[in-house]
Design a protein around this ligand. Structure first.
Ligand code: SAM
Length: 251
């Protein structure tokens, strides 16, 4: 049975794979316009620091070609382009047209024109690029939404050049018990209410919170990255493990 036909989860609900993809597309089409302001409100601006640290840790050098998967807002692509200087190039991919359009608009507003930043609408589990293409593959807050996380990781490794680096920023699991209690109370109560108030869409933010809880913790996700064939896999926690930065290499 294909991943599309088998049962999976959408937040805490059990649905078919096909239905999950449909609902994830619906979530991001619904929130695309208010995506940035909601990120600032929900994280009190912390997402900017998390992303800055991700860019700092990414080995994107002058002349490199980077792929940012699930690029959405364009934040990571813009950070990489600034870091790489005038000879660096980034391809932004996202499954969702409205999110990719938002990313494309923001990349152009930041002064990066096609040729340096190009957008390709694609599923991260079926990337339309040859093997060994990119020096760096990044994904921020995207892989949690994939129907098949293992297939995504295998694709990222396939399109990386030997020696290339994979960097993933994702919500994770707080490592301090008291923080976990406070974070649960905040996320299950405040975030859906905030989503309803700002975007009129409570369900999408309920999904966000539930999908974070369902996502593998730091150790389990590191194992998936290793099982996909990456080497030198390691992670670092940010904000007490609310977010983790994962890295690995294709050797
Ligand atoms: N990376 C951006 C950032 O950090 O601001 C956007 C993150 S947003 C939370 C998640 C993105 O993942 C959305 O733009 C969504 O369309 C995209 N996405 C979800 N499933 C995907 C898939 N299978 N392939 C590619 N992109 C996907």
């Amino acid at each position: 049975m294909s991943a599309q036909d088998s049962q999976t989860h959408f937040g805490f609900a059990t649905v078919s794979g096909r239905e999950k993809v449909r609902r994830v597309m619906g979530v991001f089409s619904s929130v695309a316009e208010k995506y940035d302001i909601m990120n600032d409100l929900m994280s009190a601006g912390l997402h900017r620091l998390w992303k800055r640290r991700m860019i700092n840790c990414t080995e994107a050098r002058a002349g490199a070609l980077a792929l940012d998967v699930a690029a959405g807002s364009g934040d990571i692509a813009i950070g990489l382009l600034r870091k790489m200087g005038p000879t660096g190039r980034v391809i932004l991919t996202d499954l969702n047209g409205p999110m990719l359009a938002e990313g494309a608009r923001r990349v152009i507003d930041a002064g990066f024109l096609p040729g340096r930043a190009d957008c390709v609408q694609a599923d991260g589990t079926r990337l339309p690029f040859p093997d060994d293409t990119f020096d760096v593959v990044t994904i921020a807050f995207g892989i949690r939404n994939f129907l098949d996380i293992e297939a995504g990781l295998a694709e990222f490794r396939r399109v990386l050049k030997p020696g290339g680096q994979f960097v993933c920023l994702e919500f994770s699991h707080p490592v301090l018990p008291l923080l976990q209690v406070a974070y649960d109370a905040y996320s299950f109560n405040a975030i859906p209410a905030l989503g309803e108030w700002v975007t009129g869409d409570r369900e999408s933010y309920q999904y966000l919170v539930e999908s974070i809880r369902r996502f593998p913790d730091q150790g389990r996700f590191s194992k998936l990255i290793r099982d996909a064939g990456f080497e030198l896999v390691r992670h670092s926690n940010m904000t007490g493990g609310i977010v983790a930065l994962h890295r690995g290499y294709k050797v």
